[in-house]
Ligand binder design. Structure first.
Ligand code: 13P
Ligand code: SF4
Length: 362
């Protein structure tokens, strides 16, 4: 059955030719990745959506927020298709527009600005700039676009925070507390200056004085895959092989990033392994499909996932080759299924924040 699915995908791709481009995230399963014209991390995939202006159909093998971003950045006559509409991201769902808007009102009150549009002070700086991780809804990217803010990915988060601090005294960072904390700390910001904003509590659970010390207000979101990695796993890997090199994704908790030798986006992890030497042992803290593929690509090194029982990203995994075959065959038949189309009033504002991000290279 698997072979039959592969045959159907290949046949449909052939028929569609250059009218089709398939983009795949590193976390996709091998049976999907093998059909992708381009495989990359979220930043690269956002750019890839821009580089094929002639393709009518962009089939996005990844999760919902990535397909939304591709739709916002691609031209109006291109259609973005997500093979399975149930491929979301639990972290992106942790920041909904209403909660962020409410938090913004509270924040505006604490720092004394108009939530509809803050004015820069004598230094030319805004009181707060919202920064959203790519892993968020288009509505939140639009929120950032409207409030002088910007989008970041795990590969350019440091550049983006620097951009933000040139323009504002503080940052509201959502949804991923870990990426926010890891990035801000690497810039020398102390933990006491990054309170976590709990939307269920008054003033996010802080006093106004605490908030006046703050540089980065962290939303409380996290990735259920990456928060499973622990310092114990790293210690065990080092006890087994003192020469082991450990690299983790910055969505891991801060103590895990600190205990690792390096951290970076899925592309940075791929490059770290490409730069290693035959015979090396590398323990990786990220999604299992990607780690297994790297292990297969470099049989002369020992590459393994830090968490032996880790699950794949269950939503990335929902892009089964059966769905890919189905959407492609529908396209061959002239029908567009599972289109992701962001309404213009959201897309226009979201594009402002995304364009600022694209200018901030990793
Ligand atoms: P990257 O930008 O590193 O590809 O991360 C995407 C993601 O969802 C990680 O969990
Ligand atoms: Fe979302 Fe985590 Fe899956 Fe990435 S790995 S798509 S952050 S749930």
């Amino acid at each position: 059955e698997e072979a039959e699915l592969q045959r159907r995908i290949v046949a449909a791709r052939e028929t569609l030719g250059s009218r089709l481009v398939i983009l795949g995230h590193f976390y996709q399963r091998d049976e999907v990745v093998q059909h992708a014209d381009f495989v990359g991390d979220s930043f690269q995939l956002a750019n890839a959506a821009l580089t094929k202006p002639d393709a009518e159909h962009i089939v996005f093998c990844g999760v919902h927020f990535m397909a939304e971003t591709a739709d916002i950045l691609s031209s109006a006559d291109q259609q973005v298709i997500l093979p399975n509409l149930a491929a979301g991201c639990s972290m992106a769902d942790m920041a909904d527009e209403d909660s962020v808007e409410e938090a913004w009102e509270d924040i505006a009150e604490v720092y004394g600005f108009d939530p509809e549009g803050a004015e820069p002070d004598a230094e030319g700086k805004l009181p707060v700039i919202p920064v959203t991780y790519m892993n968020s809804s288009a509505a939140l990217k639009a929120f950032c676009g409207r409030h002088g803010g910007i989008v970041c990915t795990s590969s350019n988060a440091a550049t983006v925070l620097e951009w933000a601090f040139e323009r504002a005294h503080r940052v509201l960072f959502f949804p991923d507390q870990h990426l926010g904390r890891n990035t801000a700390r690497a810039m020398g910001i102390g933990l006491e200056q990054m309170p976590m904003w709990n939307p269920r509590e008054e003033l996010g659970g802080h006093t106004a004085e605490e908030l006046h010390q703050a540089k980065v207000l962290l939303w409380h979101g996290f990735c259920s895959v990456h928060r499973r990695f622990t310092v114990d796993q790293i210690e065990k890997a080092r006890a087994e092989d003192p020469e082991v090199k450990v690299i983790v994704h910055p969505e891991c908790p801060m103590p895990v990033v600190d205990a690792a030798d390096a951290s970076g986006s899925t592309d940075a992890i791929t490059k770290f392994i490409a730069a290693s030497s035959p015979g090396d042992t590398i323990a990786v803290g990220t999604e299992i499909n990607m780690v297994n593929r790297l292990a297969a690509d470099y049989p002369d090194r020992t590459i393994y996932c830090l968490d032996p029982v880790i699950c794949p990203c269950s939503t990335m995994y929902r892009i089964h080759p059966g769905y890919l075959a189905w959407v492609l065959e529908e396209l061959v038949a002239g029908r567009v299924e599972n289109r992701i189309s962001v309404p213009a009033e959201v897309a226009d504002d979201a594009k402002v924040a995304l364009d600022r991000m694209l200018a901030a290279k990793p």
